[in-house]
Design a protein around this ligand. Sequence first.
Ligand code: ADP
Ligand code: LRH
Length: 497
Amino acid sequence: THPLAFAAIDLGASSGRVMVGRVEPAALALEEVHRFPNTPVRVGGTLHWDVLALYRGVLDGLRAAAQATGGRLNGIGIDSWAVDYGLLDATGALIGNPVHYRDSRTEPAVAKVAEVLPPSRLYAATGLQHLPFNTVYQLVAAEGSPALDAARTALLIPDLISYWLTGVAGTEITNASTTQLIDPRTRDWARPVADALGIDLSLFPFLRHPGDPAGELRSGVLEETGLKGPVPVTAVGSHDTASAVVGVPARDERFAYIATGTWSLVGLELDAPVLTEDSRLANFTNELGIDGTVRYLRNIMGLWMLQECLRSWAAEGHPQELGELLRGAAQSTPLRSVVDAGDPEFIAPGRMPERIAEACRRTGQPVPRDPAETTRCVLDSLALAHRRALADAQRLSGRGVDAVHIVGGGAHNELLCRLTADACGLPVVAGPAEAAALGNVLVQARTAGAVEGGLAELRRLLSETQPLRHYEPMGDHTAWDRAEARIADGGPGTAYD
Ligand code: ADP
Ligand code: LRH
């Protein structure tokens, strides 16, 4: 038999990539054919995604995929970061550039929503962690704007790319579950929430599910990329984290995952949502996964803090090389100072080294003296936040954990993996770094009949084919307790009351 070839379009907040996955019942290989930076642009005080540059990157990637496969692809799937959307007018044209979730426009909307729907009611209905940029706040912030008034359709980012490639509009459910407009029990729109807030749900096209057909490449796209038609586009877990959780090479059910890239998404895969008040106060989210699962997780700052430090140092004329910085961090004093990596104070861009220093000062800890110490502070803080989230997830769900899987770009970061194992007191399995692309490919491959089975079978294929690294926990566990106590006043800190 020939392997079937699928393209995964995976758009992360820091880079986009097009990968070709070749799949047979007992083989899975992934090739990166194109990677391009994702650089937001501030225009007139608003932070935007450069969505046409991303679309160009997608087309360039599909052209590279055509070259890698002799023009023959068995399918395409698209996933990206969550919550953001583009608006289309009555002719199907994009109205303006999608706004970046790190833009501050939603601040007044948070209070406005809370007046109509108290946070406890909103959580009971949607199960979503309070993040000030959830789509619901963006839509309330846009209320009365000429753009929203002119809009006939709202498409989440992967659905927008899919629409441009195929001409077919839909709303994929895993990503829709990050809007805070979906009820995780019924896995359908939370109509009472939308009605209470005056949000018009008819803006969103019909819901589709991972594995559903999502159209075929338009003839113009075939011409531009050199692909031979027909090429089906299949709905995958279009939320990158949903695809990344499919891409976790777990061997049994007692696992936790940390999807680490721009964000760290730390949690468990469950059969049903946890909608208790304790869960809300602990800031856990219930996003929807593949095959009826729930992604019960906490969203914490992630490597964004380091990305932003690197950007600041380069802008100040002191560019740092990541590898060297991580070697310096490995040699720096452990747990010298830590910050709360769950604190929304770190969401906005800019001045990250200074903001970290200020947080250290505020909690009476020594300020990092150089980029290596700042990097160590970030990684110690992330490991500490991973530990806190895993302990809370187990307590709140009643599910125990024997192993922690780190997937995403952070799986390349050996120091982060080692610190996470030490902090959590659990073995860590690191890899694959491209879990989202692999999860995307596997859902397509199953739809096309190249592989069979449930999540357990897909994961077994991953654990048998992908290179993984193992870290056993070491060191003095109580050192992490003491570090936690230094920032404990802030707690998980982001529940909204
Ligand atoms: P996103 O999908 O959110 O754009 P990724 O999953 O691609 O993010 O992860 C990007 C991050 O992974 C980078 O910011 C960097 O910190 C980390 N990373 C990637 N490659 C390496 C590497 N070789 N060594 C250490 N860290 C790495
Ligand atoms: C990671 C991610 C995460 C969301 C955030 C907006 O890329 O999708 O799951 O919370 O971006």
